[in-house]
Design a protein around this ligand. Structure first.
Ligand code: PEP
Length: 223
């Protein structure tokens, strides 16, 4: 799977992107306001987050049934920006993932260490806690995918080396046997090397997914 996280950017024209992608498998995760346009254009569309309840007094949140009503087929959960800026916890992330899977959505659950944690030798400990909390609630659900996104590589232009990615992905798979995507400054120039690692099953692409040519190029490399 190659998934594009548009974050809080309007993103490319969905119809132009759909046309450029042709038959290439893809997922796009636009902001909430663009979900319908992406679905209408025929793109495989995920939300960037989802709540664990189906409805209730949770201002600012959106539930799985609400997404499904729009034709959205999955959601990202636990992106490091959600954890870092909005206080999302391992348990909350696991609950979001579990509810979405139960509702029939696909889930991309993000995990990853900060630069400081890597430097202090804590990468595996951090990954273990994050992955096990998702695994404890969700198990190896067939619609669950983990995205390994080292926080120090997101939007920084710094990419994990293919060896670092392989090592982290293999470790994650030893904890929870599901597909693992790599995320962190992935672009057409480095996608081939990263995607050719045996434990790298695809990519979650931020910045480069906003550019039609770059996103399509990465999808093509993976296909
Ligand atoms: C992301 O936001 O999930 C991401 C990986 O961003 P970028 O590709 O810009 O580093």
């Amino acid at each position: 799977m190659i998934a594009g996280n548009w974050k809080m950017y309007r993103g490319p024209d969905p119809r132009a992107l759909r046309e450029a992608l042709g038959d290439l498998p893809h997922v796009v995760a636009p902001p909430f306001t663009r979900l319908s346009d992406c679905v209408a254009a025929g793109l495989t569309t995920y939300a960037q987050n989802v709540h664990w309840e189906s409805e209730g007094a949770f201002t600012g949140e959106v539930s799985s049934p609400m997404l499904q009503e729009l034709g959205v087929t999955g959601a990202i959960v636990g992106h490091s920006e959600r954890r870092q800026y909005f206080g999302e916890t391992d348990l909350g992330v696991a609950r979001r993932a579990h509810a979405a899977l139960q509702a029939g959505l696909g889930v991309i659950a993000c995990v990853g260490e900060t630069g400081e944690q890597r430097e202090s030798g804590d990468t595996e400990t951090v990954l273990r806690v994050q992955v096990e909390s998702i695994g404890d609630l969700c198990g190896t659900h067939e619609n669950l995918v983990i995205a390994y996104e080292p926080v120090w590589a997101i939007g920084t232009g710094k990419t994990a080396t293919p060896e670092m990615a392989q090592e982290a992905h293999a470790f994650i798979k030893s904890l929870l046997d599901v597909p693992v995507l790599y995320g962190g400054s992935a672009k057409p120039e480095n996608a081939h090397e990263l995607l050719s690692q045996p434990a790298v099953d695809g990519a979650l692409v931020g910045g480069a997914s906003l550019d039609i040519e770059s996103f399509v190029a990465i999808c093509r490399i993976h296909s």
